[in-house]
Design a protein around this ligand. Sequence first.
Ligand code: S3P
Length: 178
Amino acid sequence: MAKEKIKNNNIILIGFMGSGKTSIGLKLSYKLQMAVEDTDKIIESREKMSISDIFATKGEGYFRKLELEVLYEIRNCNGHKIYSLGGGTPVQLQNQSIICQCGKVIYLRAKPETIYDRLKGDTTRPLLQCDDPLSKIRDLISKRKYAYERCADMIVDVDDMEQSEIVDAIVNFINNEE
Ligand code: S3P
C-alpha cells in the first residue's frame, strides 16, 4: 500500500494470533536497542482488564474502537519504537492506511496449522474459544490475509524459521531501507 509521507521510524509487527509478534518484538528490541510495545497490553492497562474480559463485558466493537485510538496515537507521535499490533488490527479498511503511516510494517505470516499447534490450549484469545479452533483459524486467515498483505512492507514466512533467523531477516530489511 502506498505510504503517505508521514515521518515515522517505528517498526510495526502484524500477523495472526500466535504468529510470534510479541516474542519477535522483544528480540528485535534487544537487537536494535529500541523500545517495544504491544497494543493489546496498552489497551489492557488502560482498561485495567484483560482482553478476554473486555470482549466478554464490553464486546468486540468496543475493543476495536480502543485499537483504533491506539493506532492514531502511534501514527501521530513520530516515534522510534517497535509495536506489536493485535492480530485483528489490520482487518478494518480504515485501519490499514493508518498502519502504513505508523512505520515500516512487517507481516509475520504463518500457516493455520502452525498457529493451531502454537495456540492449542490457549485461553487468552476470545475469538478462538470454540469447538473447532483449527477451522476458525483457517477461516479467519483466509478472510484476513489480503488485509495483512496490503499493509506489509515486508512479509516473513515464519513457519520453518528459527526466531533468530526471523529477527536477522527483519534487521537486514530495515538496514537496507535506511
Ligand atoms: C485478536 C488478536 C489478539 C487480540 C484479540 C483479538 C484478533 O491479539 O487483539 O484477542 O482479532 O486476531 P494477538 O494477535 O496479540 O493474539
